[in-house]
Design a binder for this molecule. Structure first.
Ligand SMILES: [Zn+2]
Length: 230
């Protein structure tokens, strides 16, 4: 869109520089995702005032993706996202999710300070734990009971839920009160998966409004933004 170097291409998203460090591709060599379509969709979905903590987006291959088995992360004003993408929607979801993380420090007091979000999150954790304790085949959960009260990321609990139990099972146990299994990971992921759902899909937004009222209220406040003051 702006200019092309030998090895990297530059684009923009409002005032954010977007660097394509490796060409977009898919895992099965089908038609690659168009980065300009991804950027214009994000522009349609996310209000500009929620993009201001990010200066750059780097699209490419980063060791951290393999090491941590992730597709994207946020660090110090920059979003890093994989150039290997199966479809536009997945990439848009990933980037909007990282925008959520970019706002955690600026809006930390709105998101976390009154403890309402944390209570809502721990309530869902407790509900899941109590359900799991009812199933003999999930008895392994007993080893992790104390971690269910932690709002921060815990590697052991994460490995247990995502690898040993698996998200399809978590989904079947939580589908009525949780937006996505990954939201159970930690309080910041509860917030950022909710942020993602709120801005990408009106149906998901409505589901959040019903099952996660504290989270919904925070997201609504973020969305309305400066017009009404934070
Ligand atoms: Zn996240």
């Amino acid at each position: 869109m702006v200019q092309t170097n030998k090895s990297r291409k530059e684009y923009s998203l409002n005032n954010i520089y977007v660097y394509l460090l490796n060409d977009m591709r898919t895992s099965d060599d089908s038609e690659p995702v168009s980065i300009t379509s991804v950027l214009s969709l994000i522009k349609d979905l996310l209000p500009e005032h929620l993009m201001q903590e990010v200066d750059s987006i780097y699209v490419g291959e980063f060791d951290t993706f393999k090491e941590r088995n992730i597709n994207a992360f946020y660090d110090s004003g920059a979003i890093y996202v994989s150039n290997v993408q199966e479809n536009i929607k997945d990439m848009v979801d990933d980037i909007i999710h990282e925008f959520a993380h970019s706002l955690e420090s600026k809006f930390g007091s709105l998101i976390y300070s009154d403890g309402k979000l944390s209570r809502e999150f721990l309530g869902k954790r407790k509900k899941l734990l109590l359900t799991m304790l009812n199933y003999e085949q999930l008895a392994g959960v007993k080893k992790y009971i104390k971690h269910f009260q932690d709002t921060e990321f815990n590697q052991e609990l994460d490995d247990y839920l995502s690898k040993e139990v698996g998200y399809p099972t978590i989904l079947s146990l939580t589908g009525e009160y949780l937006n996505t299994p990954y939201a159970i990971t930690s309080l910041p992921e509860y917030y950022s998966t909710g942020f993602e759902d709120y801005f990408v899909d009106l149906k998901l937004r409505e589901f959040l409004r019903m099952v996660s009222p504290a989270l919904y209220k925070i997201l609504k406040t973020l969305e309305i933004g400066e017009q009404d003051g934070y």
